[in-house]
Ligand binder design. Structure first.
Ligand SMILES: [Zn+2]
Length: 76
């Protein structure tokens, strides 16, 4: 485990033209630069998930989009 997690695609443009980026901040360990959109970004570890604590896929059904549009919807 020399390097932190490898990134396979740019989170901004989705390209895989990624290279390790030397960040000026020594605290930034897993920094990458995308040479397609010329962005540099870092991958940071936030913490360990507990099993069963988080649902792997937030279901779109739990939040109905109708509740959102009803607020600003036309009221005649
Ligand atoms: Zn990119």
């Amino acid at each position: 485990m020399s390097r932190a997690a490898a990134v396979f695609a740019c989170p901004y443009c989705g390209d895989d033209n990624l290279f390790p980026h030397e960040a000026e901040d020594p605290k930034v360990r897993a920094a990458w630069e995308c040479r397609s959109c010329m962005r540099a970004f870092a991958v940071s570890f936030l913490g360990q998930l507990r099993r069963g604590a988080a649902s792997p896929h937030p279901s779109p059904d739990s939040r109905s989009p109708e509740g959102r549009s009803a607020e600003g919807g036309a009221q005649a």
